[in-house]
Design a protein around this ligand. Structure first.
Ligand code: ATP
Length: 404
């Protein structure tokens, strides 16, 4: 005879009893149970289909659509990564749509799948989908960082093949540096370079008012990013979220969760964290194993200022105008945003005066512009000192010691 588990004394309130032998299964993308019920619940994560399962599904579609003879294994390797992070049902629907649109299943269908993933992110409300009109050519200078990204592009664009050859999936980079020097521009250009969506995570918007809500939001945002992978996840001003977290329990837990996700991450979510000040960030974030590399972006050198002028003059249709030595000298201590402002102001001035843009106008405006080095003198000096002692990689030269 089976022994019946003793029930709680009648006087105690109880939410469960073996007498009813009932199990309630709640299926949801949200984890939000009232505290009173939480202790009776067990949580199970339903994982997304594995590579093997996706392959079986692709094979099935190829078979039933009598497309087997035309389908090449190379197409499979290209399609697979973009289907990762979708549910069985979504993959099935994507493959149906791809086959029915033109009767073929090729790597070209990746863009349709990407479009679908973008919609998913938009609906979540936790991450912002950022447009990526910028490409590497719109960044003046920062040559070491640009060539690093070009190398990663080769891996990210061929991630299936890279994984097969035991190449580690790139985790991401941390870009620390002066304000207005192109950190955001790099995040945007990376997504354009890798041909993936750019998702921006704002740690502030993760904070909820209910117990466990903030952690739940971060967990969900990461799940969405994984589902939208391959993608670039841009965490702007990470120092605002994680600096001096010691005193805040919620932030400490969120930080712990973020770190272990970064450590164990195998998905193609390429994380780009940007910060102005890395001084107070917990050392755990900066150690190897989380980010592949930490780059430091300093105020542009003379050569870089010329390159930045070239970028912005070209944008305005004055690509043939060669920045003079005088202009480069007058803009010592300027950041990229200051240089862009000089070009914008000069454009306005020559429009009013009904003439073409020339070097004299640019030089005159540069002379009267208050650069960041003047308006935030003390902060900039302090930042320079911190960077010099940081041991981060110089985004311009690639050297460990940051050039001042
Ligand atoms: P913040 O820390 O204040 O967010 P940031 O380093 O992210 O600044 P960006 O937003 O990338 O700076 O740059 C601000 C503007 O300055 C951009 O619109 C861009 O046009 C211009 N700019 C900055 N750096 C460069 C650069 N290296 N090449 C071309 N343009 C640049």
């Amino acid at each position: 005879m089976t022994k019946i588990k003793p029930l709680l004394p009648k006087a105690l309130p109880r939410l469960s009893t073996v007498a009813f032998s009932t199990t309630v299964i709640i299926v949801s993308t949200y984890i939000h149970l009232p505290q009173e019920l939480d202790k009776y619940a067990s949580y199970l994560d339903i994982t997304f289909p594995s590579d093997e399962e996706i392959k079986v599904l692709i094979d099935w579609h190829v078979e039933v659509n009598e497309y087997k003879e035309n389908f090449r294994e190379a197409e499979m390797e290209k399609l697979m990564p973009s289907l990762k992070g979708l549910t069985y049902f979504e993959i099935d629907r994507m493959l149906d749509m791809a086959m029915s649109s033109n009767g073929t299943l090729t790597a070209e269908d990746q863009s349709m799948i990407l479009q679908h993933k973008k919609q998913m992110v938009r609906k979540s409300g936790l991450l912002e989908l950022v447009d990526t009109p910028a490409n590497l050519d719109s960044i003046g200078g920062l040559n070491a960082l640009k060539s690093y990204l070009l190398k990663k592009e080769k891996i990210i664009k061929n991630i299936g093949e890279a994984i097969n050859k035991n190449v580690a999936v790139p985790k991401g980079i941390f870009i620390v540096g002066m304000p207005g020097c192109g950190k955001s521009l790099c995040a945007k250009a990376s997504a354009a370079l890798f041909n993936t969506p750019l998702l921006k995570m704002d740690m502030g918007s993760m904070m909820g008012k209910y117990v466990g809500e903030s952690e739940g939001n971060l967990h969900r945002a990461i799940q969405i990013a994984e589902a939208a992978s391959p993608c670039v996840l841009w965490i702007d001003e990470i120092e605002k979220a994680f600096s001096g977290i010691g005193g805040n329990d919620i932030m400490t837990r969120m930080f712990g969760y973020f770190l272990s996700w970064m450590q164990d991450k195998t998905s193609s979510v390429y994380v780009i964290a940007t910060a102005n000040n890395a001084d107070h960030l917990p050392p755990e974030l900066k150690r190897k194993g989380r980010f592949d590399e930490i780059f430091c972006v300093n105020l542009p050198t003379a050569e870089e200022r010329k390159a930045i002028f070239d970028v912005h003059l070209k944008k305005k249709g004055y690509g043939s105008l060669e920045p003079s030595e005088k202009l480069i000298k007058h803009t010592d201590g300027f950041n990229g945003a200051d240089i862009e402002a000089v070009v914008n102001e000069a454009m306005g001035e020559v429009f009013i005066e009904q003439k073409n843009l020339n070097m004299e106008t640019l030089e005159k405006i540069a002379l009267r512009t208050i650069s960041i080095s003047k308006s935030c003198k003390r902060q900039i000096e302090d930042m320079k000192k911190v960077f010099a002692e940081s041991n981060f990689k110089d985004a311009t030269t690639g050297n460990i010691t940051v050039k001042l």
